[in-house]
Design a protein. Structure first.
Length: 64
């Protein structure tokens, strides 16, 4: 839960920066948000979630 909330906040910040910077307009941003919202209710959602969790685990194992 904490990882998914962090990812949502990070992606929201990136989206706001892209809109304010002019690299993406509000219309396409809204389409991207709605696509993600509806994608979350499909059968692919658990696979995407496992993939993102495995990436987060991999990044977490990096030692500096």
């Amino acid at each position: 839960m904490a990882i998914s909330l962090s990812v949502v906040v990070l992606l929201a910040v990136i989206l706001v920066v892209m809109i304010r910077g002019g690299s993406i307009k509000a219309g396409p941003a809204l389409v991207a948000v709605l696509f993600g919202f509806f994608l979350a209710s499909t059968g692919m959602a658990p696979s995407i979630n496992r993939f993102m969790n495995s990436i987060a685990d991999m990044v977490n194992q990096i030692n500096f």
